[in-house]
Design a protein around this ligand. Structure first.
Ligand code: FAD
Length: 350
């Protein structure tokens, strides 16, 4: 019988990435209804030093494949290793980050093991109601109590679709970085390490990496930011972002944006928050001159505290805001930035 909630944990330059820890967190939540082990799959070269961390964040077991071919993510060896793990261990569920790595590897693996894949999910849960069990059973699911319901935006984000994979295993999904929450780190947690060998041949390494070049443009990772000040079309143009940057600077925050401004060329794409941008979960998200379209909200509604500034008191962004300010951002933001700087200066002198 298929068993285990598996998470493929990404590493870059030998360091485990947050998205893997977030997925382990989600797997521990799924485990409350589907009491299988949470198993992290870690591929890399000389990477055993990262294993403990996976236990600390909730993994019961770690399957480690350590091989020079896996130092960087190369499509063929990664696909081969994960496919071999599925064939050997027969997981019930397998989760990947919807990152460039997960988007590349997950569909290939799904195709090789002949199962389905739900891409870019934003919600995962087990089937719970009699109606859901009956639906799963009618579609050929042998044990509906182990069925995973995977939710993702559909039709341009205008509705949320819940999908199932009733007949084949594993039930596979990719999840966007920032959507799920890590659990609290517990350094006393221990688990079982399984070292797994994959029979690589020279032909598997069908790509030669000459050099790894990091993008020289300073790209931001909004998914890691604790504070974000975002601007929308209401800033009025590329210069309008000077006010947003100044507010962000006062707070020590990152600058985000709606897609409208990215499409208009006012700001770089890696600043875009939303369904086709980044999913963020900062402690503070300030939406300035952003109307609150469903596709934007999908990427920021899990923020701890949302402040919206908009001159239209009926703007939908106020529906998700914890604090709404109706007014002109060009008047409000400079005053707010000044007040924050004054407050910080007074704290520093006290
Ligand atoms: C498939 C698909 C995917 C998409 N993905 C994304 C995505 O990832 N992220 C995203 O953001 N959008 C996305 N969109 C676009 C989305 O539908 C909206 O068009 C977009 O979010 C609107 O951006 P906005 O709020 O900046 O602009 P607008 O909707 O034009 O809103 C501007 C707001 O600024 C206010 N305003 C104007 N002047 C001022 C002022 N001086 N002071 C204060 N407030 C002012 C206005 O009242 C208005 O509410 C997507 C759309 C589709 C179809």
């Amino acid at each position: 019988m298929s068993k285990g909630i598996y998470v493929v944990v990404e590493q870059r330059s030998g360091k485990v990435q947050n998205v893997g820890l977030e997925l382990i967190g989600e797997a521990t939540r799924l485990k409350q209804d589907l009491p299988d082990d949470v198993v992290a799959v870690l591929l890399g070269s000389e990477i055993e030093g990262e294993v403990e961390k996976l236990f600390h964040y909730g993994a019961d077991k770690v399957i480690l494949v350590d091989h020079p071919y896996l130092k960087e993510c190369v499509t063929e060896p990664y696909t081969k290793a994960i496919t071999a793990i599925i064939n050997e261990f027969d997981p019930e569920i397998m989760l990947f980050g919807a990152s460039s790595i997960g988007r590349d590897i997950a569909p290939r693996v799904a195709s090789r093991v002949k199962t389905g894949l739900v891409a870019e999910t934003t919600g995962l849960r087990t089937a719970k109601t009699e109606e859901e069990f009956a639906k799963e059973a009618s579609m050929g699911c042998a044990d509906p109590t182990r069925a995973l319901l995977m939710t993702r935006p559909a039709f341009g984000g205008n509705l949320m679709a819940t999908l199932m994979c009733p007949r084949t295993k594993p039930q596979m999904a990719t999840v966007r970085p920032g959507v799920m929450k890590k659990i609290e780190k517990d350094e006393t947690r221990k688990g079982e390490l399984i070292k797994y060998n994959v029979d690589f041949t020279e032909a598997d390494m069908n790509v030669e990496i000459m050099e790894v070049v990091k993008a020289d443009k300073k790209s931001v990772d909004l998914t890691e930011a604790k504070l974000i000040v975002s601007g929308g079309r209401g800033v009025g143009g590329p210069q309008g972002f000077d006010i947003i940057r100044d507010m962000a600077d006062a707070l020590g925050a990152e600058v985000g944006s709606s897609r409208a401004c990215v499409d208009a060329g006012w700001i770089e794409k890696d600043r875009q928050v939303g369904q086709t941008g980044k999913t963020v979960r900062p402690d503070l998200y300030m939406a300035c001159g952003i109307s609150g379209a469903i596709q934007h909200v999908a990427g920021m509604e899990s923020s701890e505290f949302i402040v919206a500034i908009n001159k239209n008191d009926a703007a939908p962004i106020f529906e998700v805001a914890d604090l709404g300010i109706v007014g002109d951002l060009k008047v409000i933001l400079p005053k707010l930035a000044e007040a924050v700087r004054k407050y910080k200066a007074s704290k520093a002198t006290n």
